[in-house]
Structure formats: structure tokens, C-alpha cells
Design a protein around this ligand. Structure first.
Ligand SMILES: [Ca+2]
Length: 359
């Protein structure tokens, strides 16, 4: 019978702390209209001071003005606030800033330290704090996100320090709300079953990240880089040994299945499966080089997708493996995939159902 081996491979964890992320210019999601004055078309732009009438606060909110001069504070005040008041309380959880354009001093004029604050009329609530922001570039948005569940009528950028010039400027301020990212799916582990060319089956109970490492190795090797073998570290059945590894050889893999599971699975019921129309289904039978036959009853477009993969691979493009998503026999698993390997396929047949016949 199958032996279940729990494999633990090295996990490389890259934690990237992103303080200010450069984005390509995009106006989608900006909740502030393209302002043409401090009060038009809606809301109110204001600031602690202005350098001149050519650098009013709304000029940081007129997002469609290429070659913009932006807002500038009064000379001698390299700090201050710039605010936008929405007509109604509005939920904001991110903002994007751009340096002013067409001025050789934009780096030193741009803000370095600030808080982003919200108000509904009585005091300000600090929603985000940034310090030491340097290296401004023109036409590059710097986006900042924070958690916020309260709608405020007015938001302001309260700048305490710029990058050295005698006044502070900004070319563009956008405010957005982005729905919080969906929580990670509860899938945490997967059963990887590898069938070798001699018919042997190997099962590995892996975490999702361990599974992804195996797939990354497989696809890299397929693309011509990386080692010929993949090492699974055994973390049980260690006996007297300190370290036990199982090495699986790329060229000897016939096929592999991935069954992902969690503890709160709801299975597709038999009734639901039966309700799936047989219309446009076809039976795909894949015979592997060792004689193993795999049968898939699939919607025709999935069969077409398999054939397209096969032909593309044959023409030299695409992955060497094709993943079938199982929708049957789900057992405790939420996602089950079967992967068949291109050069281990001997033949395949496609049998289309005749839907004009009953049953
Ligand atoms: Ca502007």
C-alpha cells in the first residue's frame, strides 16, 4: 500500500516591507474628482499656506494636468498641511502622491515626514505615518495604504518636514478605497502523489509552500534549469537517522496528482454532480508509456484545452505537464489536480457523448 511520508523541505521566506510602492500612473479608484478650482467640481481643497495663486491646493488634486506645477507652501514654511473635504463622509484607506513636474528642485521640495489624517469636524485622527521618504521621481506615484473602517469627510496630509528646500510642494494627491484582501483560503496542506515510470507511487503530505517549491522545481527543470532530482526531507520515520531525504528524478516521473485539503470541507453532493448536464461532455482517455490508463470525463472545452496544450507542447511551447482539476471523488479535499507529463503520454483518445440518446 501507499506509504505516506511527511516531507518538509526548506522554506525560503522573503519578507518585503514596502513603504512606498511605485505605481504606473493610473487614475482609477481616485475618489477625488479632477479639480479645476479649490471648490470645483465638488468638495473643498485647502492648505495651511500657498506660495502664490499659481500653486493653490486644488492644483495637487487636478490629476489630469500634464506638466502641472502643483501645490506649494509659502516660502520659509517647508511644512504644512493640504486637505480635501468630500461632500459626504467617504471611506479612504490609501493615498498616492506624486512630486510636482517640470521643476528641477522637485526632490528637495517634496515631503519627507508626514501623517495622513481624517476628520469629521472635531479634531484629526492620524491614519498613517510616514518618515524618511526620499528619492522622489517625477511621474511616479508613491502609494500608501492603511487600515481604516471609518468614513471621514475631510482628509489631509500633514507634512512636518520636506527634503530640504525652503517650501514644500506636491504635484498630485489621490485618495482611494480598496477592499481589504480576501483572507487566505483555508487550504494549508496537500497530498502529492507521484507515479514513477515503473508504476511506483510515492505520497507526500506537504504544506502548501512545500508543494509550491516542488512545482517550481518541476517547472524550472522542465524549462532547462535546476537539478535533475528533487529532495524531500522526511520528518517522520527518522529512526536513528538525523536527516533522511528521498530524491525523485525528473525524467522518471510519469504523472503526479495534487489533492489539497482543509478541515472545513463541504463536498459536492452526488445530486449536484448528477445535475451537471452531460451535454457537451467528452471522455478523454490518456494512456501513459507504462500502460497506465487515465480516464477523464470532462466538459468539451476542457478536452479542447488539453488538446491545445498537447499540440502547443508538441510545437515546443508551454509546460511539460497538464493539470486536470478533479471535480469528482473529492473526499476530504477542496482542490484535486492530476498532472500528466507530455513525454510520458503514449496515446490519448477523445470520445464525445451522443446527447441525443437518453441517459
Ligand atoms: Ca496636479
Amino acid at each position: 500500500m501507499k506509504k505516506i511520508i511527511s516531507g518538509l523541505a526548506l522554506v525560503f521566506l522573503f519578507i518585503i516591507l514596502v513603504k512606498g510602492t511605485a505605481f504606473a500612473d493610473a487614475n482609477d479608484g481616485n475618489l477625488i474628482p479632477d479639480m479645476t478650482s479649490n471648490t470645483s467640481p465638488s468638495g473643498v481643497a485647502s492648505s495651511s499656506s500657498v506660495w502664490s495663486t499659481n500653486h493653490q491646493p486644488f492644483q495637487a488634486f487636478n490629476v489630469n494636468d500634464n506638466g502641472d506645477t502643483g501645490w506649494a507652501s509659502k516660502a520659509g514654511e517647508p511644512y504644512g498641511w493640504i486637505a480635501y473635504e468630500f461632500p459626504n463622509p467617504t471611506l479612504v484607506n490609501s493615498y498616492a502622491l506624486q512630486a510636482r513636474i517640470d521643476d528641477t528642485n522637485f526632490k528637495t521640495e517634496s515631503p519627507m515626514d508626514w501623517t495622513f489624517e481624517g476628520s469629521n469636524g472635531s479634531g484629526w485622527v492620524v491614519l498613517d505615518t510616514q518618515t524618511g521618504i526620499t528619492n522622489w521621481e517625477q511621474r511616479v506615484e508613491r502609494k500608501f495604504s492603511f487600515n481604516n473602517a471609518t468614513s471621514y469627510k475631510t482628509y489631509r496630509l500633514n507634512i512636518s518636514k520636506n527634503n530640504g528646500r525652503a517650501y514644500v510642494t506636491l504635484g498630485q494627491i489621490k485618495m482611494m478605497y480598496e477592499a481589504p484582501t480576501v483572507p487566505e483560503p483555508p487550504i494549508t496542506r496537500a497530498l502529492l502523489t507521484i507515479t514513477m515510470t515503473n508504476g511506483n507511487e510515492k505520497e507526500y503530505d506537504l504544506s502548501t509552500s512545500e508543494l509550491n517549491m516542488f512545482l517550481a522545481w518541476y517547472d524550472a527543470r522542465d524549462a532547462g534549469s535546476g537539478p535533475a532530482k528533487y529532495s524531500f526531507n522526511k520528518i517522520w520515520n527518522q529512526g536513528p537517522f538525523k536527516l533522511r531525504t528521498e530524491n525523485v528524478i525528473f525524467d522518471k516521473i510519469l504523472a503526479f496528482n495534487i489533492d489539497q485539503y482543509d478541515s472545513s470541507t463541504t463536498n459536492t453532493s452526488y445530486e449536484q454532480l448528477a445535475a451537471i448536464s452531460q451535454t457537451d461532455y467528452a471522455l478523454l482517455t490518456v494512456t501513459m508509456t507504462n500502460g497506465l490508463e487515465k480516464e477523464y470525463s470532462l466538459p468539451k472545452e476542457q478536452v479542447n484545452s488539453f488538446v491545445a496544450w498537447y499540440d502547443a507542447r508538441d510545437a515546443g511551447t508551454g509546460l511539460s505537464r497538464y493539470s486536470f482539476n478533479k471535480t469528482w471523488n473529492m473526499g476530504p479535499f477542496t482542490i484535486r489536480t492530476e498532472n500528466v507529463i507530455f513525454n510520458k503520454i503514449l496515446t490519448y483518445n477523445v470520445d464525445e457523448y451522443d446527447n441525443s440518446v437518453g441517459e
